[in-house]
Design a protein around this ligand. Structure first.
Ligand code: FDA
Length: 411
């Protein structure tokens, strides 16, 4: 039986990063992944350029049933720390939007960087390799893997979330957590397009492909989300950054509230145009909104597009302004795990240490990354959580002299 100080299951963002740090601190680390290809989610992230962090990442950009949990890890290993690492590896990057940092060339560079860090730490990687069972034994754990039995002082679960099953996502980490007595916060798809009943969506289906900046909100009180981002109409519903963001806040049955003209006080603007313009309603509204949307809205409200502004009724202009500024609509669901970028929910953080990510129920068992009930907004925050939670774990576990470990675990 081979023995290690630390065995990490899941060689994605969090697992690779944790392995590199722990290895470089002198721990004997085994990293296991069941997928044939390494770190597929990093590879496809950010449209192939990996939005690897966000300059502004802070606790308020994360959702969890226990919102304070992420504070300590995010403060200990910050976006600035990860940017420093990327710079030391000579990877060129740029800021795209609201603090979001992307590789200039390819996400592959982040994977190569993480591999080099693992190499520097002498990490042993078994891939593809499955883990059939994890048992507690004296002084640690025993893992039954497809490459034989392994003994390990500590086990780190870094198996990620449930989104995109075809590239390796599994519920293994969630099931293991439950088997060891952990509670789960119900997992559900997040950062995902939302769908509508076909009969509700029919009037908007022709707008597919249209994108515009909106203000979008949903929920109440502390659970309220509100974003100014781009919205994209699709054949089945809505997508784009605004919807992906709000999808993490949305619960079945809730209404979304959209302001389709957030830069204009439309009631005032239309009132002024009525007094000062002789052009048709359709021309004026198309100057304020994308033309296709303007047309669709006038049709929807059965307003005469060719009516000159001075002849428009105040009541109609107010109704038009109100319906664009306060569009309320109720999704019937989401595009699900197939399209979700991340999972909301996961291992309940109230049974984990926020300093070390270690289980409070099973000493030596840690959970890091997306499998934990901490979900970032869209924009590099989820990778920052992977890095920060991995560092919290890797920096907290002590290197155990190998002679002692072999002695305590060999049986
Ligand atoms: P991750 O999913 O990276 O790794 C989990 C690993 O565990 C995988 O390698 C998997 O094969 C392995 N595994 C699963 N079950 C196993 C089992 N039973 N046995 C062994 N191994 C197992 N975030 C961001 O911040 N910026 C971005 O640009 C994007 N873009 C993006 C695009 C798309 C299309 C998706 C789907 C997601 C993103 N994300 C993102 C989210 C980001 O990819 C995600 O939050 C992190 O990869 C999570 O890191 P983890 O290491 O926790 O899981």
């Amino acid at each position: 039986m081979q023995s290690f100080d630390l065995t990490i299951v899941g060689a994605g963002a969090a697992g690779l990063f944790c392995a590199g740090i722990a290895g470089q601190r002198g721990l004997r680390v085994l990293l296991i992944d069941h997928a044939a290809k390494l770190a597929e989610k990093i590879r496809i992230s950010g449209g192939g350029r990996c939005n690897f962090t966000n300059r502004e990442a802070g606790p308020s950009n994360f959702l969890s049933d226990n919102p304070a949990f992420c504070r300590s890890a995010l403060a200990r290993y910050t976006a600035k720390d990860f940017i420093g690492l990327v710079q030391r590896h000579g990877i060129a990057f740029h800021e795209k939007h609201k603090g979001q940092l992307f590789c200039d060339d390819s996400a592959e560079q982040i994977i190569q960087m993480l591999l080099l860090e693992c190499e520097a730490g002498g990490v042993e990687r078994w891939q593809p390799c499955t883990v059939a069972d994890v048992r507690r034994v004296d002084g640690g754990f025993e893992l039954e893997t497809s490459r034989g039995l392994v003994s390990s002082q500590r086990v780190v679960v870094a198996t990620g979330g449930l989104s995109i099953p075809k590239i390796g996502a599994s519920d293994w980490g969630l099931r293991l957590a439950q088997r060891f007595g952990h509670r789960l916060v119900e997992p559900r798809p997040a950062l995902v397009p939302l769908t509508f009943a076909p009969e509700d969506w029919a009037p908007f289906a022709d707008l597919a492909g249209l994108s515009l900046p909106v203000e979008l909100s949903c929920g109440q009180g502390k659970a309220r989300g509100r974003f100014f981002e781009d919205l994209l109409f699709t054949h089945r519903g809505l997508s784009g950054p605004a919807i992906l963001q709000i999808s993490s806040f949305w619960h079945e049955g809730q209404e979304l509230q959209l302001d389709l003209a957030p830069e204009h006080d439309l009631a005032d603007v239309l009132g002024e145009l009525k007094a000062g313009s002789r052009r048709h309603l359709a021309n004026e509204i198309a100057a304020l909104l994308p033309q296709r949307l303007a047309q669709a809205w006038l049709q929807r409200l059965k307003l005469d597009a060719t009516r000159p502004m001075p002849e428009c009724k105040d009541k109609d202009l107010l109704q038009l302004a109100d319906s664009l500024k306060r569009w309320r609509l109720k999704p019937n669901g989401s595009e699900g795990w197939r399209k979700a970028e991340v999972m909301r929910g996961g291992v309940d953080t109230r049974e984990l240490s926020s300093q070390t990510m270690e289980s409070r129920l099973v000493p030596g068992l840690h959970f890091i990354g997306e499998v934990v009930d901490v979900t970032g907004w869209l924009g590099g925050y989820n990778f920052q959580w992977a890095w920060s939670s991995a560092a919290a774990c890797a920096l907290s576990v002590d290197a155990i002299p190998s002679a002692n470990l072999a002695g305590s675990l060999a049986n």
